[in-house]
Design a protein around this ligand. Structure first.
Ligand SMILES: NC(=O)CCC(=O)C(=O)O
Length: 259
């Protein structure tokens, strides 16, 4: 499975510019014929939280139609990072995907809201897991701060996921945490981790970039720098079964003792 990570800069509160940039990047990445393209968190609006209410898509329909159209045109799975969805209960930070036919394959709203960036003041948390299948492979999708909750990721892996997709807007001062947390999630769950961060800055933060793919042994398959970049890597899913066979962590778990 070839995965391309679109490490975009995101124009603050400017969906029109961001749609145009995402389309350019998707068309460019498609030339490399990946099986899957991954975008960052809140790629249509950035963290313009005070105006999110006016910019959010009704049930994510506009973003889903845009992504579904490109996925179908190129026959590529697109995990569209996350966008702001306007719902009855308020605005959610929702990750979604379209398969090679352009059919919706995932809808996951960020469960853990990041107080340091005021998410809890403007967003509603999700209430379901990010499990989905990509060309038959069991996968999980989570968003940024979610990676600090190993029990949440583990819950997806216990349900059978072999690849973890992460979309993020992770700030530069915590780059060391980003790298360590992603490598840890890969090693402890013996899974691939494909993580797409954003580049650039907004009025409050400079972002870290360093999108990366990590294999089930914790080895970095590919890693971007800090600027805008498309970085691609191959996932050899046999390695997941090898790692889980050699060190049977999932068999040796003692969940009855963890309460
Ligand atoms: N957008 C986010 O969830 C940022 C999370 C973050 O920066 C962290 O340190 O955690």
């Amino acid at each position: 499975m070839k995965v391309s990570l679109l490490q975009l800069d995101i124009a603050f509160g400017n969906p029109k510019a961001n749609y145009a940039a995402a389309e350019r990047a998707i068309r460019l990445a498609a030339q490399g014929q990946p099986d899957c393209i991954l975008l960052p968190e809140l790629w249509t609006t950035g963290y313009d939280l005070t105006r999110l209410d006016e910019m959010a898509d009704a049930n994510g329909k506009a973003a889903a139609a845009f992504i579904g159209g490109l996925a179908k045109e190129y026959g590529i799975n697109i995990i569209a990072g996350s966008t702001a969805w306007q719902r009855a209960e308020g605005v959610t930070n929702t990750m979604f995907a379209a398969d090679r036919e352009g059919v919706p394959a995932l809808e996951y709203s960020k469960l853990h809201l990041f107080r340091l960036m005021d998410e809890h003041l403007y967003l509603q948390p999700g209430s379901s897991k990010g499990l989905f299948r990509l060309d038959g492979t069991p996968c999980a999708g989570v968003i940024c701060y979610d990676i600090r909750f190993p029990e949440w990721i583990r819950a997806h892996m216990v349900s059978g996921a072999e690849v973890l997709f992460v979309s993020a807007e992770w700030p530069l001062p915590r780059l060391a945490h980003w790298r360590a947390l992603l490598v840890s999630r890969a090693i402890e769950n013996q899974c691939y981790v494909a993580a797409c961060n954003r580049a650039g800055s907004d009025p409050a933060n400079v972002f870290a970039g360093h999108s990366m793919i990590i294999d089930p042994w914790g080895e970095i398959v590919c890693e971007a720098g800090e600027g805008e970049e498309i970085v691609s890597g191959e996932l050899d899913l046999v390695k997941v079964r090898e790692a889980r066979g050699q060190i049977p962590v999932f068999t040796d778990r003692r969940p009855e003792m963890y309460k």
